[in-house]
Design a protein around this ligand. Sequence first.
Ligand code: HGY
Ligand code: MN
Ligand code: MN
Length: 407
Amino acid sequence: MERCDVLAGHSEEPGRLTRRYGTPALRAAQEVTAGWMRGAGMAVHRDPIGNLIGRYPASTEGRETPALLLGSHLDTVRDAGQYDGALGVLVALAAVQGLRDGDEHLPFAVDVVAFADEEGLRFHGAYLGSRAFTGTLDPAALSLRDVDGITFAEAIRSVDGDPDALPAARVDFSDLLGYVETHIEQGPVLEALAVPIGVVSAIAGQSRLDVRFGGEAGHAGTVPMTRRRDALCAAAEFVLTVEAAARERAGVVATVGQITVEPGARNVVPGTAALTLDVRHEDDAVRDAVVRHLELRAREIADRRDVEVACRPVGASNGVRCDPDLSAVLARAVEAVGCPVRRLLSGAGHDAVALAALAPVAMLFVRCAGGISHHPAESVSVEDVSVAIEVMDHFLVAMAHRSLPVA
Ligand code: HGY
Ligand code: MN
Ligand code: MN
C-alpha cells in the first residue's frame, strides 16, 4: 500500500495523478518499480515499446523453461485513482517477494510485467503496451498522434524504445502457463456481496470511436437561429441519443467522455464538435449492433441539421472469457484463504484482453469502496489487499504442483 502511495507521487500534473505513455512521470514510476523488482530477486528489462518486465528465475533454467506471467499496467487515466493498474503490478511483486524471502523457486519462471499503455489516454487506442507484448498491435497505431501532434512511433523512440522492432517483439515462450492479473474491481459488486475478492469470469468487449460533426462557425450575435449550422447542437443531440440507446438495452454502457469544440469562443457559433464514443457489452453482437445504430443516428441528426458527420473507429476489442482451468486454480486459491468464491464479469477492460491472444488468462478482483474508479477517490483496504497477496501465494504453489511432471 505504501508502494501504491509512492507510485501515485509520479504524475505529469501537480495535485492530481495523470501518467500517460512515454512521459517522464511514467518513466520515473517504472524506475522505482524496477528497483523493487530487483529487490525481489528479479532480472529486469524493458521491451521495444517500453513495458517493464521482471523475471524471477525457475528452479532450473533452460531454453524450455516454462513461464507464468503476472502483472497489470502503470499508465493511468487523467486525474486517476492510485490503484487501477498499479495494484496488480504490486500484488504480483509482493507474491514474488514471498518466494524470494523463502528462498523458493518454482518449476517455472515468474515474469511480472508492468505494461506501459493500457488506458490509451495519450494515443486513444486501448492496450497498446500489452498488444505490442503479444505481437497483436496493428502497425497503423504507430501513426496515431497525441494532442501535440507527436506520433506514437516518435513517443516510443523518446523513451528509448524501438518501433521498428515491434513486429518481432512478441514474447516467444516455449511454454507459457498463463497470465494472471490482479485488479481493483472498479465496480460495486464485491462490496455488495461483502467479500474481499472475486474471480473474473469474462471481460466485456469495447468499441471506441471518434465522431466529428462539422457545421459552420459564425457570429453569435448576427447569424439568425434559423440559418445556423451549429456543430455542437448536433453533438449535444447525439450525446443524449447515446445515453438513450444504452438505457434501452440491458447491460449496454455507452459514454461520450470528451468533446472538443472549434473555434471554441463564447461569441462564436461552434463550427466543429469532435467527440469520443465508448460502447461496451459482454456480447460482441449486441455491442456491434449498438454501434451501427449510433452511426446511423449520427447521420440522421447531421442530415436534419445540415451538418457533416464522420465516424471513425479507433480500436475495438471483443469480449474475452477467462480460461476455465486457470480460473479454477485461482478459485481454489481463494478457497484456501477461507473466502467464498464469487465470480463476476468485468465491464472495465484490462491487459488480460490483449494477453488472451497469447495465453490462458485469469483475473482476481479486489473489492473497492463505493465502486469508485477512474477517480481520485478510488480506494482499497489494506486487509483486502493482504488477502489478494495471500491468494497469489497459494496460486503460485498450486501452479507449481500442477506443472510438476507426473511420475
Ligand atoms: O477503459 C477501461 O476499461 C480500462 O480502465 N482501461
Ligand atoms: Mn483504468
Ligand atoms: Mn486498469
